[in-house]
Design a protein around this ligand. Sequence first.
Ligand code: HEM
Length: 562
Amino acid sequence: MTDLGSALLRTALKLLLGLYLFYKLFSFARHYIHARHAGFPIFVSPVFSKAIPFLVLAPALQPVLRKYLPEWIYDRLDLLILGWEFRSKRRYQERLGKVFSIVTPDECALVVADADIGTLILQRKNDFLQAPITATFMGFLGPNIFTNNGDEWKRHRRLFSANLDERISRTVWTEGCQQSVTMRDYMAGRAGGETLDGLRSLAVNVIGQAGYSQKQPWSPQLRELGMHTGTDDRTAYFSTLSMIANAFVQAALVPSWVLRLPTMPSSIQTLGYHLQRIPEYTKSVLNEERSIIENESGARSNFLSLLVRLSDAEKRSKTGFSLTDEEISGNLFVFTTAGFETTANTMGYSVALLAAHPQYQDWLREELQGLDLDPTTWAYDDVFPKCKRTLAIMLETLRLFPPVLHSMRAIHESQQFVSERGTHSLFPPMDIFISQAAIHLDPEYWGPDPEAFRPTRWIDGAGQVITPAKGTFIPWSEGARMCPGMKMSQVEFVSTIATLFRSSKCEVLPTGGLYRAEDLQQRLKDLMADSVTKLTLQFRDPNAVLLHWMQDGFCEESVVNT
Ligand code: HEM
């Protein structure tokens, strides 16, 4: 290139950079003005908070940044890095108030930790819409309940909710009890780091049974599918969905041909291979389900069967509420992924919390002593309502470790609402985060010990589970888009935890030179505090959760598997 050519190129690049920076400066000012109109305290940071390198690298680098950056610089970064609500507890709310705006060159966002304002926003489903980023993430296997707003969303929601009924609850209950009996017996006398993996495997198998009658025996780890295994399409479909649930970010964001590149780790290549085949698997599974429905006069109570039957019936009666096969596939995917991580991680945190607080393990087991020794005989209608303390353990776990740290909404048109501070005007583009994590730790709603694990707070004098004030406990969100899987997750949780603890106990395993029970329990609490958010909140290092399971009356010959 001539000197003149390279000088022109340099000038053009400088001009482009100048224009880009000018645009960002202009946006920064515009976002600040929007935040002023919102009328809440403002947190300003010059960080390009939506730049891909920041989004990808910052969560991984966060511990290093915290360690080495001066406090006043780290302070401008921390709140923009994924998972900040869990890391900082209520530090920012104490500084700025229950509602505040975040302004950067890339965004103007509103963070809400006020129960009344959160409720108001979550209830106005036509004004505060599903955030586009959620739709992008959840929609890669077909349009579904997550990816729509307005009438389209209603169509999906109607069919989705109608099928998550008591028939599914019964299936989940029976499968949960059976799977956890196998897990309990395997764990008896064992000590090591297998508990959390075991619970993930259990949760996937329950989803497989409830979703599409895919029977899988429990195993200590998730079963992995190889390439070219010669398995039938239903098994391949099920295994692919559980692989996606396990490597969600790669599956959702990276094209499958890139995942298959020889330079990729073999598990990712396998994922890519099966992702490319998912349309064939889906077609085959749907055809098979339709032929089973015809031949067995529709007797199966799995989510897919119910969805296909109801949707086909709607199609025949031309109500406009039916779903295409692509949409059925999208919703089946949502059923698997939304239902898996959330429930599996909640069970994992509960077991760890019970190991770290043995007094509540005794309190729980006191309730369970009234149940038959063999959980496979437990009838759902009889036993589930009796397990109030077991449910209280779940609620208290979700209060402290909500799998979804915030419900995200976006506005496409300007909106207004009134609070005791006056009228607030919101202008697009603006994201709104209703912060479960901060609301659940507010002493105004939860009393003087909001950070303490105290499941007894959920049981009233009459032994019933209390209902907290509106908007103060929202792990399943609230309003029209509230989680339709709430009951299903409760049934799965109760069947599993009640089975494991009916005739077993667990305690923290001595490790790292620690032997005193209090030191080991503190180590476990520290591991829980070191959680990160991926698709949902989870342990940074799940295999470091080392437990020893003891079955009542079991003659021990401890097997150590660290
Ligand atoms: C402990 C377990 C669970 C928790 C904490 C949880 C949490 C949530 C939350 C917070 C939302 C709403 C997010 C928002 O406001 O935008 C949600 C939505 C949803 N959840 Fe769950 N969930 C759980 C289990 C399940 C299960 C078992 C299923 C189904 C099998 C499920 C299916 C869904 C679906 C389909 C939506 C979208 C609803 C819509 O947009 O209308 N979830 N969940």
